[in-house]
Design a protein around this ligand. Structure first.
Ligand code: PLP
Ligand code: COI
Length: 341
């Protein structure tokens, strides 16, 4: 195995094993270990026709003490439950979720990137409606799979540097009373045109605004948005945003640093008032935003010194990653050490 850990992209990587579990005849079966990269799915599976699919994302980091840690996995277990319920799928019991993620980490322990490389072992749990339906109805059978891939950060390849983001008004990823608050595949399908266009036009990601009034910031593609104004950490509150576990953690860390935290609707014009801006999430970690360009109005918002992350974003980034790598105390018990890997 010859992996250049420090330059891993965020992408698929073949590893040795994945784990699977089927819900059939009204009950979850035993966890199965597989070394196949494929799943055998009925052609009428509801996941394929009606988007009955939800997923999660978590990272395992090798710490300074050689131990592997995962952050707040119980929150991901809760969120995939909410996602399942939101599109009438059978939720994965927390015990099953736990068994699956720890098993898949053990089986693929050689793919946990070494300490100091910036890389992580990414866990991708997914739950799909696998049973057949032709009418628009929930499936009777479900398949839960967890696979892993060693990855680098999503948005930046050359270190912790600000990226350019494109604000769009002509595409929405979700709708009020829709599915934006849960992590289901349809939201990502709906984001593809805008996200891909942003990349083609030279941006790292897209910034979606609220789809009802077109006045407020929603989120930054596959990550939440935050802004720093003086001593305040501001992040949008909206029913169409996915509640990010990293954002929730950053709000706590910001408060612990003596900052004020505001979670509320954020008007697009308020971008003018932020000294720093960032995107945050498991894949995105904290990605400082240097520029937001409004594709329709042509207006450009700039944050901080060119090419340099702002001091608050950097402090938050260091604090969070230090906890994830066991370099600093974990006062809230967010991390779980994975024994025996
Ligand atoms: N927003 C969206 C749309 C996402 O896909 C993700 C990634 O999971 C996030 C935000 C960040 O969430 P978390 O911090 O829980 O990874
Ligand atoms: C994550 O941050 O884990 C995500 O799921 C984002 C992903 C859509 C790339």
């Amino acid at each position: 195995m010859n992996i250049d850990w420090s330059s891993l992209p965020f992408g698929y990587f073949k590893t040795d094993y994945n784990v699977r579990c089927y819900f059939r005849n009204g009950e979850w079966g035993e966890l199965e270990i597989s070394s196949s990269e494929h799943i055998n799915v009925h052609m009428a599976a509801t996941a394929l026709h009606y988007g009955q699919e939800a997923f999660e994302g978590m990272k395992v980091f090798r710490g300074i003490d050689g131990k592997a840690r995962i952050l707040r996995w119980e929150e991901n277990a809760k969120r995939i439950r909410r996602s399942a319920e939101g599109i009438m799928m059978e939720p994965v019991p927390t015990e099953k979720f736990k068994e699956a993620i720890f098993k898949v980490i053990h089986l693929n322990k050689k793919y946990i990137p070494p300490y100091g490389t910036g890389a992580a072992l990414y866990l991708r749990p997914l739950l799909i409606g696998s049973g057949p339906q032709v009418g628009v109805k929930p499936a009777d059978e479900y398949l839960f799979v967890v696979f892993v891939a060693p990855v680098g950060p999503y948005f930046y390849k050359n270190g912790f540097k600000p990226v350019k983001i494109q604000l769009v008004r002509d595409y929405d990823r979700t709708a009020p009373h829709g599915t934006g608050h849960i992590k289901v595949g349809g939201n990502y399908a709906a984001s593809l045109i805008a996200a891909n266009r942003a990349v083609v036009e030279g941006y790292s990601s897209v910034l979606f605004i609220d789809s009802k009034e077109n006045k407020y910031i929603d989120e930054a593609g596959p990550a939440n948005f935050f802004g720093i104004k003086g001593n305040t950490y501001v992040t949008p509150d909206s029913e169409t945003i996915l509640p990010s576990i990293i954002n929730m953690s950053l709000r706590q860390l910001a408060e612990d640093m003596g900052m004020k935290v505001e979670r509320r609707p954020v008007l697009i014009e308020e971008l003018e008032e932020f000294e720093e801006a960032g995107a945050c999430g498991t894949a995105a970690v904290i990605t400082p935003i240097g520029v937001i360009h409004d594709r329709e109005t042509g207006k450009t918002y700039k944050f901080g010194e060119e090419g340099k992350a702002g001091p608050v974003s950097e402090k938050l980034y260091k604090k969070l990653t230090a906890i994830q790598h066991g370099e600093e105390p974990d006062p809230y018990g967010w991390t779980t050490v994975i024994e025996g890997v």
